[in-house]
Design a protein around this ligand. Structure first.
Ligand code: PT1
Length: 276
C-alpha cells in the first residue's frame, strides 16, 4: 500500500509514524514551545532523526474547546516552517489545516499531505486539494472543535464513521483526486465519548479493510485521562499501548508527539501483525 504525496511515494507496506509539530502558542500538550520557525525546524528534524516518515505541521489547534485562528495568523505560523523543513529534509511534510487557502499555500511551499480534520468539507477545500498533487487525510469529526465534546451521539459509531469516510473519499474521487492520494482517519477524540473511542479502536479492522490506508491520532488524548486518571504529560505509556493496538488493527500511519518511543512500539506491533 502506497500513498502518493506530491512527487514522493510513501511506502506503507510497513506502518509509519507521523510526528506532531505544533506551531501554536496554545497547543494542548507542549505549551507552545515551537513558535519560532528555527526552533520548529529543529524539533521537526529531531523527529525525523527519531524515525518519523511524516511531519505534521499545524498552526491552529483543533483540540476540544480550542478557538479558531485567523487565516493570516495561520499562514504566518506554518509557511516559514514548511519552507525550512522542505529544504532541510526529505520526510513528507503534512499540513494540518481546515482552510483551503492554507492548503494551497502549504502545498506550494512543499507540503506533500493535506491533513484536514474536517475531511475537506469547508467551502473550496475539495477544489484546493484537487488543484495540486498532495495526498489528503480525510478525518471524521462530529460537530466542530469548540463544542464537539458537549454531547456526542451515535447509534452505531463504527458503521457511521465508516460511511462518512467512504462518502468523503467518493467526494475526492469526484473532483479528480486519485485513490492513491487518499488516506482516512476515524478522528479519535473529535466528537466522541470514551465508549465511542474504544468502540472505534476495537473495530478498527473494519475501517482498515477498505482500499485506503488508515491514519490514527491517539497520542496523549483525553481518553487516556478518562481511562487512567493521568495528566496529559503522563500519558506516554498509555499512548504506546493505543499505538500498538491500532497497528494490530491495521493502522498504517500513527500520529504522535513522542516519535522515538512510538516508532519502537509500531515496529514491535507490526512484527506481530505480519504473522497473522
Ligand atoms: C487526529 C488529530 C489530527 N488530532 C488527524 N489530525 C489532533 N489526522 C490534531 C483529546 O481528547 O487524531 N488525526 N490533528 C489533535 N486533536 C485532539 C483531539 C487533541 C482530542 C486532543 C484530544 O484530548
Amino acid at each position: 500500500m502506497n500513498l502518493h504525496c506530491a512527487g514522493r511515494v510513501l511506502d506503507l507496506s510497513r506502518p509509519v509514524v507521523m510526528g506532531v509539530l505544533n506551531v501554536t502558542p496554545n497547543s494542548f500538550s507542549d505549551g507552545g514551545r515551537f513558535i519560532d520557525p528555527e526552533a520548529a525546524l529543529a524539533q521537526g528534524l529531531a523527529m525525523v532523526a527519531d524515525g518519523a516518515a511524516i511531519i505534521d505541521v499545524g498552526g491552529e489547534s483543533t483540540r476540544p474547546g480550542a478557538d479558531p485562528v485567523s487565516l493570516q495568523q495561520e499562514l504566518d505560523r506554518v509557511i516559514p516552517v514548511i519552507e525550512r523543513l522542505r529544504s532541510a529534509c526529505d520526510a513528507v511534510i503534512s499540513i494540518d489545516t481546515m482552510k483551503p487557502v492554507v492548503m494551497r499555500e502549504a502545498v506550494a511551499a512543499g507540503a506533500g499531505l493535506i491533513n484536514d480534520v474536517m475531511g475537506l468539507r469547508a467551502e473550496g477545500a475539495l477544489e484546493a486539494a484537487a488543484a495540486g498533487s498532495a495526498a489528503v487525510c480525510l478525518m471524521h469529526m462530529q460537530g466542530e472543535p469548540r463544542t464537539m465534546q458537549q454531547a456526542p451521539h451515535y447509534d452505531e459509531v463504527v458503521t457511521e464513521v465508516d460511511a462518512f469516510l467512504r462518502g468523503r473519499a467518493q467526494a475526492c474521487l469526484a473532483v479528480g483526486i486519485a485513490p492513491e492520494r487518499i488516506c482516512l482517519d476515524p478522528g479519535f477524540g473529535f466528537g466522541k465519548s470514551l465508549d465511542h473511542n474504544l468502540d472505534l479502536l476495537a473495530g478498527l479492522r473494519r475501517l482498515a479493510g477498505g482500499p485506503y490506508p488508515l491514519l490514527v491520532g491517539l497520542s496523549r488524548k483525553s481518553l487516556l485521562g478518562s481511562l487512567l486518571g493521568r495528566h496529559v504529560d503522563d500519558r506516554l505509556p498509555g499512548s504506546l499501548a493505543l499505538a500498538t493496538i491500532a497497528v494490530l488493527g491495521g493502522a498504517r500511519i500513527v500520529r504522535s508527539h513522542d516519535v522515538a518511543a512510538t516508532w519502537d512500539a509500531v515496529r514491535v506491533a507490526d512484527a506481530i501483525a505480519r504473522r497473522s
